[in-house]
Design a protein around this ligand. Structure first.
Ligand code: COA
Length: 165
């Protein structure tokens, strides 16, 4: 049985991430989408909220589960008996960073390999930060995220503004 981990910040999950999740779920027997608990980033959503949104968006995929992790990715993979890490490559600019990460991970855990999915063309420019920036200026983000995530993003932004008043 092939177990794969798709790690990331998912703040919030975009249509680009969902595209990768759906395609990776056809390759692996079991796909675990893992939200990184990352104190270095200043997220819009809590880890629990991101996990919940991902669970709702992937509920139709029976072999996909969602969890969170901190510490080393390869240790998290080992804990789940996963030998594959899934990452998406959007453009050549992603390549150097991803290469470095996958080579470091293999040095630490030689049994864990990384497979890359080339992001579908329509999402090649997309990032979670772009979604948040456009939404912050009241722009239309419906092409980037699902209706459910769109609602959650605008609710969060509105709540943040109310708090500052
Ligand atoms: N569609 C849309 N956006 C995408 C995307 C896709 N297919 N693929 C990547 N992105 C965007 C993300 O939205 C994110 O945008 P943001 O920076 O605006 O939030 C950005 O690309 C970064 O991607 P993400 O997948 O969140 O990666 P990351 O760099 O935050 O985290 C980990 C990558 C989790 C794999 C890495 O940090 C990690 O393994 N951490 C654990 C510690 C560890 O083991 N370190 C050693 C590894 S060398």
């Amino acid at each position: 049985m092939t177990t794969a981990i798709y790690p990331g910040s998912f703040d919030p999950v975009t249509r680009g991430h969902l595209d990768i999740i759906e395609r990776a779920s056809r390759v692996a027997d079991r796909l675990i989408v893992s939200v990184l608990i990352n104190s270095a980033k200043n997220p819009l959503f809590t880890v629990e909220e991101r996990v919940q949104l991902l669970r709702e968006e992937t509920a139709y995929l029976p072999n996909v589960t969602v969890d969170s992790f901190d510490g080393l990715l390869v240790e998290h993979a080992r804990k789940h008996g996963a030998h594959l890490i899934v990452r998406g490559l959007r453009a050549v600019t992603d390549f150097e960073y991803e290469l470095q990460m996958s080579q470091t991970n293999r040095k630490i855990a030689p049994e864990v390999d990384t497979i890359f999915f080339t992001t579908s063309l329509e999402y090649a420019y997309l990032s979670s930060s772009t979604v948040k920036e456009v939404a912050g200026f009241g722009g239309d983000i419906s092409a980037f995220v699902t209706p459910q995530v769109e609602k959650a993003v605008f609710a969060k932004i509105a709540a943040g503004r109310n708090k500052m008043r």
